[in-house]
Design a protein around this ligand. Structure first.
Ligand code: NAD
Ligand code: LMR
Length: 328
């Protein structure tokens, strides 16, 4: 077996961390042939709790887990890491929007962006989960001078999975019969879950669903507001489903395993579809080689899609404006 891949996870003592770490150590993140070394990064006050998680990781006796480091020190935590999963940040509570976390969480991503750029491997791959994840990713990537800003991504796979589950429920089909569900834009209520190029059992999703009012109404709203619905019900934000989506995002990026021709990830806009260059915007992407994605080109958009995509771009431009002073 090869040398372990070093994976940093921030927020290791949090609720997503508790669902995520055991799956990483089990080989779900990078496959069953990839040994793992874990660097768990936590705030000083949460190090004791993180050490309890480490004891449990040890007690699972995962064959792929070779080493676990727990630290608050960013140089040690991000030192030589191959992959960084940036989860640690404050979650929102009932009645809040993710954007309400912007100024508080932004500081975390300034410090971590600098540390990743300074200490991680030059080809480090970054997945931002902490909210508001697109703009936090922009902040971290703005420090990328030695590392590659195209290797910084934010997670909208949970939104893709939620959309697929809604379509499966509505049409009585299996989730894996649903291909090419695209999420455009921000991980926020303005995100655009685009079903126009989605297929169900090889037929267009729109024709199988055969209910335009539902697609443009309840379907979109449910996907856009699912996070808030979960917070309302649980009193806490989604955790196991978020961890599962982070696994899906990274596994697809590394292995090329896609649920169709493409998957959705927030990546650095290269100007595709007229989206402002440099924004971290969710696009449908194709994985063309391990750790190499391309934004899917040539998808046609009608006026409905165009207007939804502009709305979510506008929101991200507003967020970028709010954090302008923090960009590296
Ligand atoms: P949590 O409060 O249970 O855990 C967060 C953990 O992060 C805590 O243990 C805290 O000590 C730690 N932390 C805070 N600041 C840190 C820092 N600077 N460095 C290292 N660790 C730090 O929260 P959670 O439920 O695990 O959620 C974490 C984040 O993920 C939140 O911002 C939440 O909104 C977000 N989230 C995103 C998605 C998505 O789809 N992108 C889905 C669910 C949750
Ligand atoms: C989610 O979508 O469940 C997360 O982003 C948490 C939240 O605040 O909604």
């Amino acid at each position: 077996m090869s040398k372990p891949v070093r994976v940093a996870v921030t927020g290791a003592a949090g609720q997503i961390g508790y669902s995520l770490l055991f799956r990483i150590a089990n080989g779900d993140l990078l496959g069953k042939n990839t040994p793992i070394a874990l660097n768990l990064i936590e705030l000083p006050d949460a190090l004791t709790a993180a050490s309890g998680v480490v004891m449990e990781l040890e007690d699972c006796a995962f064959p792929l887990l070779r080493e676990t480091v727990v630290t608050s020190d960013l140089e040690k935590g991000f030192g030589d890491v191959d992959v960084a999963l940036l989860v640690g940040a404050r979650p929102r509570g009932p009645g809040m929007e993710r954007a309400d976390l912007l100024m508080e969480n932004a500081k975390i991503f300034v410090a971590q962006g600098k540390a990743i750029n300074d200490f991680a491997r030059e080809d480090v791959k970054v997945v931002v989960v902490g909210n508001p994840c697109n703009t936090n990713c922009l902040i971290a990537a703005s420090c990328a001078t030695r590392t590659n800003p195209e290797n910084y991504t934010a997670m909208t796979r949970l939104d893709q999975n939620r959309a697929v589950a809604q379509l499966a429920g509505k049409t009585g089909t299996a989730v894996d019969a649903i291909k090419n569900m695209a999420i455009w834009g921000n991980h926020s209520p303005t995100m655009y879950p685009d079903w126009f190029h989605t297929s169900i059992d090889g037929k267009s999703a729109a024709s199988v669903v055969n209910d335009d009012e539902w697609l443009k109404g309840a379907f979109m709203t449910t996907v856009q507001k699912r996070g808030a619905q979960i917070i309302q019900a649980r009193g806490k934000s989604s955790a196991a489903s978020a961890a599962s989506a982070a696994i899906d995002h990274t596994f697809s990026w590394f292995t090329g395993a896609m649920t169709g021709d493409y998957v959705s990830m927030a990546v650095r806009s290269d100007g595709s579809y007229g989206i402002t260059e440099g924004l971290y915007f969710s696009f449908p992407v194709k994985i063309v080689a391990p750790w190499k994605y391309e934004i899917v080109s040539g998808l046609e958009h009608g006026d409905f899609s165009k207007s939804r995509i502009r709305i979510t771009e506008e929101e991200l431009l507003g967020e970028r404006n709010d954090v302008a002073a923090m960009l590296g």
